[in-house]
Ligand binder design. Structure first.
Ligand code: MTE
Ligand code: MO
Length: 155
């Protein structure tokens, strides 16, 4: 997947070790307003599993391989905000964020971008990032592996 045209702001590479709160609900901001999504709403969409995912960090090592499961980000946006969008900003409860284009997310892929609800067949804990954006095969120091997604702004 080509993320060259996409964007994320500069970050400290020190990850937050703990969730900022215990509430895993998120908000999807689309053209027609705001939709509140609980993990159960995401679990009602078609689920996909992507195996052999690594969380890569030059600063503090690599973990994995993990199999993450959940809906494709593109399906969640299309379902709850409509199909007329060109990019999405995914923002966490602790202010971490990344931007993904619809063009990249719509490209056919066996390793799609997920809103992960599961890891290795088990429910993802809040500590481990529920709901976590998983961008398989990212090689930019895990800056797209956004834990504790709180808001998705559709553009
Ligand atoms: N919400 C949020 N997501 C985040 C971060 C963070 O600080 N906050 N840090 C990123 C960085 S720099 C890394 S290396 C990984 C660490 O993931 P891990 O806790 O699963 O090892 O999470 C990424 N996702
Ligand atoms: Mo990192």
């Amino acid at each position: 997947m080509n993320h060259e045209t996409e964007w994320h702001p500069p970050h400290a590479h020190d990850p937050n070790p703990a969730p900022p709160d215990n509430d895993p609900t998120l908000w999807l901001d689309g053209q027609d307003g705001r939709v509140r999504l609980a993990p159960d709403d995401l679990a009602a969409l078609p689920q996909q599993s992507v195996s052999d995912c690594y969380i890569v960090s030059t600063g503090h090592g690599t973990s994995g391989p993990f199999a993450f499961g959940g809906p494709r980000l593109v399906d969640a946006i299309d379902q709850f905000a409509g199909e007329n969008w060109s990019a999405a900003d995914v923002i966490s409860a602790d202010g971490f964020r990344t931007r993904l284009t619809a063009a990249a997310l719509r490209a056919p892929s066996g390793r799609p971008v997920l809103l992960a609800l599961e890891i290795d067949g088990q429910p993802l804990s809040r500590e481990a990032g529920l709901v976590r954006l998983i961008v398989p095969d990212e090689s930019d120091d895990a800056l797209r592996q956004v834990k504790w997604v709180r808001e998705i702004i559709v553009r």
